[in-house]
Structures are given as structure tokens and as C-alpha cells.
Design a protein around this ligand. Structure first.
Ligand code: RFL
Length: 392
């Protein structure tokens, strides 16, 4: 088999890149190790920025986002016993959408299956070869047969634990930061307790209340990194959520828990995001703590930048845009890593010198939620404006 671009991984980065390339009539294959059911059922991100909505729309997969996504224009911060609102639409003129990552995946898979290009689920032992030269290939086992795909380029969209980044480890400088806390992530059949996302910075730790639909709530509770989710009964979860929003009017009456897991919080950036004919996109190259809901949006942004580079290459035989991929993508990545990290510092309980940290957090929250330029700055970062990719 021969194709122009071989994509490893069918998460948001890989499927988005495949969709954009297919629109440009650039032949490509996507090779995914998991099954379609698993990939479409994986519930993760839920907030998408205007830039992501625009890319989805322009690439022909925006119909359901617009029909079913929930438009949000304000955020609530609950701390020191009371709640303050940040109206980011008033400050920036932009809104964000709540629309589950698994729904985006379903939309992209459906669109992919309407094209002539292959999307192979359940590929085993995926390996990448020859990306330092001009004729790379990807090998794997699929449908009981060993297969080899020759290509011009390989793109590793295979997430943080994938095989592509280690392939070029010698050329990468990696920056990472592990946070001393984790999140208990809960998906529950519960009517959202409020119309907005609520960040509660409580003395005992963060509670983040968000939603996925009119009937499904997503709740995150700060916990320690070594927690076992099985030790979190429904009653324990609802009691902790209630205590962390003390002072608010809502009574949490719980609901059936659909899913619960522990999410480790880390920041990680690999520089550069390319070597030879292998490129990295999305979580394969960088991870942000989910505090500012940027991971999925960065994955889509990388895919968009890279697709423009391939389009330019195949139209003009010039690789200048491909060579500057990392430089362009990393500007946005570091901006979002910095913002996500500052939100992590702002909202969690740090056991080390806790009372001092607490006073600093309150001073900073007061500043952001005041009438000065900090509110404007925060709002712009929240909606991801201006996108660094606007000029591409
Ligand atoms: P993914 O989604 O991890 O997809 C990688 C794909 O590659 C496959 N794969 C392989 N395929 C073939 N061969 C191999 N050897 C392979 N190894 C792996 C995997 O099976 C998988 O299908 O990476 P991608 O595409 O870069 O997308 C990144 C996003 O999924 C991630 O950044 C977000 O989910 C992060 N995130 C959030 N981002 C947001 O923008 N907004 C949010 O509100 C938000 N909330 C979250 C989040 C992530 C979370 N977790 C679980 C880490 C909330 C949570 C709880």
C-alpha cells in the first residue's frame, strides 16, 4: 500500500488531520490500535474554543456541534464563601461550546467513512520506519495480516503513551512538571446544578463542576495522586462536592455514576515536534493539566497547522511551512501550558505552606474578577483568542 501521509492514532489530532487532508485530496491512512467502539466511547474533554468550532465547521463536520453544543458565555468562580462571575463574552465577544470529545470523534469517524481513505481500527504492533530518509513506512498487523504502508510522511497522533515520540527521542528536549495532586473525574446522570461551569477553590481543594448535556454532569474533585477510584462511593463523592461549594444555594442530590477515574495532572512539552519526516501532533507532543480545557483544542490546532504545511508542500513542492510547523505550533502550546499551569496554581490546595498559598490565591482571584485588565486578559486566554494560527 502507498499513501502520502500515514497517521498513527485516531484521537482528535489524527482524525482531524485526516479530515483536513482528505478535503485537500492528499491521500492518507489512519492506523489506530483500539477498536472503533472504544475510541468513540472514550469520554474526556468537553469544552471547545471558537477556533476549534471554526476548524470543525470549515472541514465539514460542524453540523452537530452547532445543533447540539451548549454555548457558554460566563464562568463562575466560587471562593471565600461567595461566587463571582466572569462574563467572557462581554469581554471578548466570543463564546465557547460544551460538546463532548466523543461526539467530535463520532462526527469525524462518520465523515472519514464517507471518504475513500482508509481508517483501520484494531491495528497491532504498529511500527514506524525510515523517517530520517525520504521513504518512510508504517508496518502493523491488521485483520490477521502483516501490512506495510509506504508514505512520504508519518504523523504521530498517538497520544502521550504512543510509540512515535520515543522514535525521535534523541532529537527532543522535553519539559515536564508533575503536580502534587490529581483529579477524581466523575461522569454522572445528573441535571447540571447550574447553567455555567463553576470553579470552586475551597480550602480543602478544588471542585470543578461542568456538564456534557442537559442530563449529564461532569465533576472533578481534587484528590491525591495515589487515590483508588473504587474507594469513592457515590455518597462520598456527593458529600465532598457539596462541602466544596458551601455557601452556594444548590443542593447536590446526586445521580447514577456513569464513570469515575483518577486523572493525573501534568504539564509536558516536547521540542521540537518534528524530526525528518516524522511529525508529532496533540498529546503525543504535549500535555496540559485540564484546568483550562485546552488539550483537545491544541490537538485540533496542531492538525490544522500541519495540514496547511502539507497542502503547501504538495501544491508547490516547498517544505518551508512544514519546517516551521513546530515553531508555529509551540507558540500556542506554550501560551496554553502557561495559562493552564497558572489556573492550576490558582485553584488547588497546596499542602505546602497552605495558608500562605491560600491568601495569594484569593488576592489573584480578586484581581482577575475585578474590573481591571486582568479580567480581559483571563477572558482572552479562556476563549483562546487570538488563535496563533489565524494567519496560516
Ligand atoms: P488521544 O485522544 O490520546 O488519541 C491518541 C490515539 O492514538 C491511539 N494510539 C495508537 N494508535 C496506533 N498505534 C499505537 N501504537 C497507538 N498508541 C496510541 C490511541 O488509542 C488514541 O486513540 O490524543 P490526541 O488525538 O492528541 O487528543 C488529545 C485529547 O484527547 C486530550 O488532549 C484531551 O482529552 C484533554 N482534555 C481536555 N481537552 C480540552 O480541550 N478540553 C477539555 O475540557 C478537556 N478535558 C481532557 C479533559 C483530558 C482528560 N483526561 C482523561 C486526560 C478531561 C480529562 C479527564
Amino acid at each position: 500500500m502507498r499513501t502520502k501521509v500515514a497517521i498513527v492514532g485516531a484521537g482528535p489530532a489524527g482524525l482531524m488531520l485526516g479530515q483536513l487532508l482528505s478535503q485537500m485530496n492528499i491521500s492518507n491512512i489512519i492506523v489506530e490500535s483500539r477498536s472503533r467502539e472504544y475510541v468513540e466511547g472514550r469520554s474526556r474533554a468537553g469544552q471547545i474554543t471558537p477556533a476549534t468550532v471554526r476548524i470543525l465547521t470549515q472541514s465539514g463536520v460542524g453540523e452537530r456541534v452547532h445543533a447540539e453544543g451548549m454555548k457558554h458565555s460566563t464562568l463562575q468562580f466560587h471562593y471565600d464563601g461567595s461566587t463571582r462571575e466572569l462574563d467572557f463574552e462581554a469581554l471578548t465577544g466570543q463564546t465557547v461550546m460544551i460538546y463532548g470529545q466523543q461526539e467530535i470523534i463520532k462526527d469525524l469517524v462518520a465523515a472519514r467513512l464517507r471518504t475513500e481513505y482508509p481508517l483501520l481500527f484494531g491495528a497491532a504492533n504498529v511500527q514506524v520506519h525510515g523517517t530520517d530518509g525520504n521513504s518512510p513506512s508504517v508496518t502493523f498487523r491488521h485483520d490477521g495480516r502483516q501490512q506495510s504502508v509506504e508514505c512520504d510522511f508519518v504523523v504521530g497522533c498517538d497520544g502521550f503513551h504512543g510509540i512515535c515520540r520515543p522514535q525521535i527521542a534523541d532529537a527532543l528536549t522535553c519539559y515536564s512538571h508533575a503536580y502534587p495532586f490529581a483529579w477524581l473525574a466523575v461522569l454522572a446522570e445528573m441535571t447540571p446544578i447550574a447553567k455555567d461551569v463553576i470553579f470552586s477553590s475551597h480550602e480543602t481543594g478544588l471542585a470543578l463542576f461542568t456538564m456534557r448535556s442537559a442530563k449529564v454532569s461532569r465533576i472533578y474533585l481534587q484528590c491525591s495522586p495515589d487515590e483508588d477510584p473504587n474507594e469513592w462511593s457515590a455518597a462520598r463523592i456527593w458529600d465532598l462536592l457539596q462541602s466544596r461549594i458551601e455557601g452556594r444555594p444548590e443542593k447536590v442530590d446526586g445521580g447514577a455514576i456513569i464513570e469515575k477515574s483518577i486523572v493525573q495532572l501534568r504539564s509536558f512539552v516536547a521540542e521540537k515536534m518534528q524530526k525528518g519526516r516524522l511529525f508529532l501532533a496533540g498529546d503525543a507532543a504535549h500535555i496540559v493539566p485540564p484546568t483550562a480545557a485546552k488539550g483537545l483544542n491544541l490537538a485540533v490546532s496542531d492538525a490544522n497547522i500541519l495540514a496547511r504545511g502539507f497542502e503547501h508542500f504538495y501544491a508547490s513542492d516547498k517544505d518551508d511551512l512544514l519546517l516551521s510547523y513546530s515553531g508555529i505550533a509551540l507558540k500556542q502550546v506554550w501560551r496554553d501550558v502557561q495559562f493552564s499551569h497558572s489556573m492550576a496554581m490558582l485553584l488547588h490546595r497546596y499542602d505546602d505552606n497552605a495558608q500562605f498559598h491560600r491568601r495569594l490565591q484569593i488576592a489573584e482571584l480578586d484581581r482577575i474578577l475585578g474590573t481591571g485588565p486582568a479580567a480581559q486578559n483571563f477572558a482572552e486566554l479562556w476563549v483562546g483568542s487570538p488563535p496563533f494560527t489565524a494567519s496560516i
